[in-house]
Design a protein around this ligand. Structure first.
Ligand code: SF4
Length: 265
């Protein structure tokens, strides 16, 4: 393996998960990076929110989360799964937390992976400064853009921040030639109003470089136990049942706007 050459600071890696099938095409290894500027009420990965190592306490056991790794060390580890990438047209996905909050590190790793012919995907909320976002686009093959809400006030109420910077980055992506997919994480009672979903779809469809597909991911409460392990409150206990016709409605609206419905999980 060639090394990164110029020295790039280490990145803080929360987890490396092999055999992922929902984080991009084929079989992928997903790298969860530590640190996220948002605080989505439904976040299922609260252990990756802080930009520093954390300790989770389960009963009498403890689990440390967060390991500093150089781009070379991480890439060596990711190349162990090469056989899966090659046999499935898969690759590596950088997620989090917010992968874009460690943009320089992700870029350095992406360059090393590209030298090995590995496909690289960025899974992002788009919440980072425009300079970092543009730089990242120059180094990845596919972007999964998770737009939480179109309405700025709703976005702020659900995540702690409005979406002005996120929409600016979305317009940068929409003016680029980078393939991307719109991800809609739908949380009943939070961001499942059809008016806001319609706005998100229309915003994406109106871009010069529209998404190649729209993926809908329904909320799950799998992260709930992690909040207790971190000593954090969990505020989303009574989530109503999802609107049974919503997936079909999103599919229909996506098609009507000239977009391709994608994965529905
Ligand atoms: S952007 Fe992702 S990692 Fe960050 S708070 Fe929201 S769901 Fe959690």
């Amino acid at each position: 393996m060639k090394t990164s050459g110029r020295s790039v600071r280490c990145g803080l890696v929360g987890n490396i998960q092999g055999y992922s099938t929902e984080d991009g095409p084929g079989i992928r290894t997903t790298v969860f990076l530590m640190g996220c500027p948002l605080r989505c009420r439904w976040c299922s990965n609260p252990e990756f929110l802080k930009p520093e190592p954390v300790t989770m306490v389960f009963g009498n056991g403890q689990q440390r989360v967060g390991e500093w790794m150089s781009p070379d060390t991480l890439t060596e580890r990711l190349l162990r799964d090469r056989i899966f990438y090659e046999e499935s047209d898969g690759g590596v996905t950088f997620s989090g937390g917010e992968a874009a909050s460690q943009a320089e590190f992700v870029l350095a790793c992406a360059r090393l992976l590209h030298k090995e012919g590995i496909h690289v995907c960025l899974d992002t909320s788009g919440c980072c400064d425009a300079r970092s976002f543009s730089a990242l686009l120059s180094g990845v093959d596919l972007v999964l853009f998770d737009l939480k809400a179109a309405d700025p006030m709703l976005h702020k109420a659900l995540t702690g921040r409005d979406n002005a910077q996120i929409l600016e980055n979305l317009s940068i992506l929409g003016a680029s030639r980078i393939p991307w997919r719109l991800r809609l994480v739908v949380v009943p009672g939070c961001n499942d109003a059809r008016t806001d979903l319609e706005l998100r779809l229309q915003t994406a469809a109106g871009l010069a470089n529209p998404p190649e597909a729209v993926d809908v991911l329904l909320y799950h409460s799998l992260g709930e136990g992690k909040y207790a392990a971190l000593g954090l409150p969990y505020s989303l206990h009574a989530v109503p049942a999802p609107d049974p016709g919503l997936k079909e409605w999103v599919q229909d609206r996506a098609r009507a706007l000239g977009l391709q419905p994608g994965w529905f999980g």
